[in-house]
Design a protein around this ligand. Structure first.
Ligand SMILES: *Cc1c(COP(=O)(O)O)cnc(C)c1O
Length: 411
């Protein structure tokens, strides 16, 4: 199985480090967070739907209340149950963290570390290509409540040192950015942050723990939209935040202050998603690379932004740090007319038009990086189109893209 996966990854991407996958990650994905002996033989832990937890004695109830933030304590539904704890521990193990907390959505995961660690008067540094709704939460909510926010170039390395102020509490990273795909020099940034006593947070949704493990590169806290590849079927929402003991308690307490509760049904779907993650990712990777390579050879395309292909900012860093690539990438069209891009995406038959990604199906979206950045001007003139390569047959996907390019973009 591992050899098979490694071969598939190597075949689909000569540059990827499939050979560097930790030896047992596929086995971990299948076995972590399951306990058939404790659940009447059920292979996956059934969803544990509960609000009230009933105790036999006042002493037990009071002991549970005192221990409510400790790992594994069942106290009240909002604090989680055995199914949620098992999923959290599985993700923590995959990320090399000590513990994790499941939250209601990916966006809830993005903002939890900020809620946990930033106070009025603190400053946080945020990468300029950050997931746009996270940027909106930071500017509309946190900045409005006295947290100072500044944005920085995704291609910064140790020069981040000059941007750190005495009040800087946290650096928020996302690598690669999920619309423009710059790959960040996370180890260089984290080394500086550690010296300056600043907490680092990294959104790892694009790569999943299979292809990148930020904590092993110096990051303190990793966040995921489980909604994407982990759930993998576009039918539920979930977020997850993983960290070492040093930060775990504060995150768990902040999740409680905010009233977060991850639905046991969604956690069940996420735990089930882990079982097939390695196979799905290998297939998304292969289709994504092939589609991006095809597009790179088309005259209607000015530029392809795919971390595993040369020409993507940070490609060398991707090669150094990542084990593989997912199915999400962008292209810059030659056309600067939005109407042409609209006709092209609407002319696709197999690519759904909508937000999110990471499910089994192919998707497409028109982006607007020029208007979502403030620290680094976007210099490309052509319209940016983002693709998610799903699990369909590759030649069907290529033919579909070809027919719409020829019908709507070729001159
Ligand atoms: C989708 C996404 C999120 C947010 O996840 P939701 O579950 O939709 O709230 C966060 N970060 C990245 C990179 C994403 O793509």
């Amino acid at each position: 199985m591992r050899e098979e996966l490694v071969k598939r990854i190597a075949a689909s991407s000569p540059d990827s480090r499939g050979d560097a996958l930790t030896s047992s990650i596929e086995t971990d994905l299948v076995h972590l967070g399951r306990a058939p002996a404790r659940y009447a033989g059920a292979i996956n832990i059934p969803p544990h739907r509960t609000s009230t937890v009933a105790f036999d004695t006042v002493r037990e109830l009071e002991a549970a209340k005192r221990a409510r933030f400790e790992k594994g304590t069942v106290f009240y539904g909002r604090f989680g149950g055995p199914d949620i704890f098992a999923f959290e521990d599985a993700v923590a193990a995959l990320e090399g963290a000590d513990s994790a907390v499941a939250v209601p959505s990916g966006l809830a995961a993005c903002i939890l570390p900020v809620a946990a660690f930033a106070r009025t008067g603190d400053h946080i540094l945020v990468v300029d290509n950050v997931y746009e709704p996270a940027r909106t939460s930071l500017t509309e909510y946190f900045a409005g409540n006295g947290v100072e926010i500044s944005y920085f170039d995704p291609l910064v390395g140790e020069e981040i040192d000059a941007l750190i102020r005495p009040s800087t509490k946290l650096i928020y990273l996302e690598s690669p950015g999920s619309f423009t795909f710059e790959v960040m020099d996370i180890p260089a940034i984290c080394e500086v942050a550690r010296k300056r006593g600043v907490i680092t947070v990294c959104d790892n949704t694009w790569a999943t723990p299979l292809y990148y493990q930020p904590l092993r590169h110096g990051v303190d806290i990793v966040v995921h939209a489980g909604t994407k590849y982990i759930i993998g079927h576009s039918d539920a929402m979930l977020g997850i935040v993983a960290a070492r003991d040093e930060h775990a308690q504060a995150l768990k307490r902040a999740a409680n202050w905010l009233g977060y509760h991850a639905s046991p049904d969604n956690v069940y779907l996420a735990a089930r998603g882990l079982r097939t993650l390695a196979l799905r990712m290998a297939a998304h990777q292969a289709n994504g690379l092939a589609l991006a390579t095809y597009l790179a050879g088309r005259p209607e395309i000015a530029r392809v932004l795919h971390p595993a292909l040369p020409g993507c900012p940070g490609h060398a860093i991707w090669k150094r740090d990542f084990f593989g690539s997912s199915g999400l990438f962008s292209v810059v069209l030659r056309t600067t007319e939005k109407a042409n891009a609209e006709r092209f995406v609407e002319g696709l038959n197999l690519f759904g038009l909508g937000f999110s990604w990471g499910g089994f199906e192919s998707l497409v979206l028109i982006g607007d990086p020029a208007h979502s950045r403030t620290a680094t001007p976007w210099r490309e003139e052509g319209i940016v189109v983002r693709f998610h390569a799903g699990l369909e047959n590759l030649s069907d996907l290529v033919s579909d893209v070809e027919q719409s390019l020829e019908a709507h973009l070729s001159t």
